[in-house]
Ligand binder design. Structure first.
Ligand code: G6P
Length: 606
């Protein structure tokens, strides 16, 4: 989703702004632009499409200036054209914005009536004219922004520069994250610390409702009431090396290969592997008394939550309610006070997940979150945080964050089970040992990807692909299909294997590959029956399983061999073939693997 940066520098900033924007590319975008102020004069360059187009534009028409703002835009209001690209500006002020101004229609009508001319279809332009309107009334920039902010409804992270002010930038946040970077004689702001990593590792995160006045000598932060506040400076771990793909062609490949390490780190955070026990942090709630768990998340994180439901219900015997955050929020589900509400999010900034968290908090729930970004809003608004130690995930399609979410959920299910007495010490040791094996087994699978490459050639010719799974493999089928459609753009759907005959079977013919995720567990025979229903209709069956392919009892188009593991830990293992299938198919299709079209890494709008 949109990324913003700003630099008050000591040398021309245009190329540094582009460099910082490159670090935000992973969030997903479809146009980009920068604006600078030089000798009191504002100017901008913008371009549709990728950053290289903006760079070409800057080569043809360079932009000087020691202060500037930049933006990668993921279109919400108005098509991804140059006209709608940020920064938006009048001769007096220039603005970059991440989020949605919900009352922009009213503001636009009011400002148009007052004589302002709008050039774009965006909601953001209302902010520009609102500030200009205040400046026109004789307000100074800081007062003008403060008045404007009080009129804005919705979500925003804003970066603002002014004509006539080469040493002034204002940043504001409400609902969208914003980091201020401290340099020596320079100051920065950006959507996240990764964008600022080449310039500084000293960061101040703005709180909800904060706005900040930056000058080269430092920053003054104010809360939404205008009170001066102090927010801590922290050292960011987002090193300058983070955008390095290593020996890999894509971030996604690198992140898939990091899984043995990052899953180990995550497990080590929750388990004492030597003792074979869970070593779970205090969630501030008595797990023995938890009567219901409510899980909410979006996208891939939702599918992790679905796996978590199977684990928590089966091993801890606690009913779990789970819903997509954007649905949960509005269906007015009754909440029993004192319940445990669990939120799962890689970024910790997903707007719907955050809104649902607040809804549950207001409903008296104890809030725990599984997040990858510990400084995120969701982490900060939770009563307890269960971090995933996946490290920064740059590829838009989530891989290592997903398996680390699974690792944290698996440990949580054992912890609740132990607290409630549904798991004894021997079972705990058995389950912990099962999880401990996973990083090694994933490494084995990653040693040779030729079977995935071969399969990708078949899939790249398909128009539709079905993924089937039963029981705990059902969410993995959903995730496999999501991964494939996200990055290869091949239409794919995941179904519960038992549901096949209630509809999707009508789609099956010899042109439809059907990928069946079926570890040899207690449901294996039932999955095989469903597989044979597909075979009987000529479908091309791809079996992902540790079982001997002979057990399928029919001709397979391919068999992806997965190592043997304990049933409990299988979801972590079976996630990996689904990732590799999607990855290699996308590579053959020639799509933009790390930044698939229309998608955003961190969805900060509803
Ligand atoms: C976007 C991303 C997905 C991610 C989802 C939830 O759609 O493209 O990869 O699963 O958001 O994001 P979160 O940061 O909350 O896990």
């Amino acid at each position: 989703m949109c990324g913003i940066v700003g630099i008050l520098g000591s040398k021309p900033v245009a190329m540094d702004l582009v460099d910082a924007l490159r670090r935000l590319e992973y969030r997903g975008y479809d146009s980009a632009g920068i604006a600078t102020v030089e000798n009191g004069h504002l100017e901008r360059r913008r371009a549709e499409g990728k950053l290289r187009n903006l760079e070409h534009r800057l080569l043809e028409q360079p932009l000087s200036g020691l202060a500037g703002i930049g933006h990668t835009r993921w279109a919400t209001h108005g098509r991804p054209t140059e006209r709608n690209a940020h920064p938006h500006m009048t001769p007096r002020v220039s603005v970059v914005h991440n989020g949605i101004i919900e009352n922009y229609r009213d503001l636009k009508a009011e400002l148009s009536a007052a004589g302002h001319t709008f050039e774009s279809d965006t909601d953001t332009e209302a902010v520009v004219h609102l500030i200009t309107h205040e400046l026109d009334k004789g307000q100074q920039p800081i007062a003008a922004v403060q008045s404007a902010l009080s009129r804005l409804q919705g979500a925003f992270a804003l970066g603002i520069i002014f004509a006539g002010h080469d040493d002034l930038m204002i940043a504001a946040r409400q609902g969208s994250p914003l980091a201020i970077g401290h340099g020596t004689g320079e100051m920065y702001m950006g959507s996240d610390a990764i964008a600022l990593a080449p310039f500084t590792d000293t960061i101040t995160y703005l709180d909800e409702g904060d706005w900040a006045v930056l000058r080269r000598t430092g920053v003054d932060v104010f809360d939404r009431t205008g009170q001066s506040v102090t927010r801590p400076q922290v050292k960011s771990v987002a090193s300058a090396l983070l955008v390095d793909k290593g020996n890999h062609r894509h971030f996604m490949a690198k992140e898939i290969h990091e899984q043995p390490d990052v899953i180990s780190h995550t497990l080590a955070n929750y388990l004492d592997m030597g003792a074979g026990t869970v070593n779970f942090p205090d969630l501030g709630i008595d797990l023995a008394k938890v009567e219901r768990v409510t899980i909410s998340a979006c996208g891939t994180a939702f599918y992790a939550g679905l796996v978590g439901k199977y684990w928590i219900e089966r091993y801890a015997r606690v009913p779990v309610e789970i819903d997509i955050a954007s649905e949960f929020r509005y269906r007015e589900a009754p909440l029993q006070p004192g319940g445990l509400a669990l939120f799962i999010s890689q970024s910790g900034e997903t707007a719907d997940t955050l809104a649902t968290l607040r809804y549950c908090k207001a409903g008296g729930q104890h809030i725990a979150s599984i997040v990858n970004v510990r400084t995120s809003t969701i982490a900060r608004e939770s009563d307890a945080v269960l971090p995933t130690l996946a490290g920064p995930e740059i590829g838009v399609a989530s891989t290592k964050a997903f398996t680390c979410q699974l690792a944290a959920l698996a440990c949580l299910s054992i912890a609740i089970g132990r607290a409630r007495g549904t798991i004894d010490a021997a079972k705990e040791r058995e389950l912990v040992t099962a999880l401990t094996e996973i990083p090694r087994l994933i490494s084995t699978m990653l040693r040779d990807e030729s079977q995935f490459e071969a399969l990708a050639h078949t899939l790249s010719k398909a128009r539709d692909v079905l993924y089937l799974g039963r029981g705990i493999n059902y969410p993995l089928a959903l995730e496999g299909a999501l991964k494939l459609k996200e990055i290869s753009y091949i239409h794919a759907e995941g179904y519960a294997a038992g549901e096949l005959k209630h509809g999707p079977i009508a789609l099956i013919d010899e042109n439809v590959p059907v990928i069946v995720m079926a570890p040899e567990d207690d449901l294996f025979d039932k999955s095989i029956s469903n597989l044979q229903e597909v075979a009987a209709r000529g479908g091309q069956i791809i079996l992902i399983s540790n079982a001997d392919p002979e057990k399928a009892g029919c001709k397979l188009a391919a068999h992806i061999k997965v190592p043997d593991a304990h049933d409990f830990a299988n979801p972590l293992l079976y996630a990996v073939p689904a990732q590799l299938i999607a990855y290699h198919t996308a590579v053959i299709m020639g799509t933009d693997v790390d930044q698939p079209r229309n998608l955003a890494k961190s969805v900060t709008v509803e």
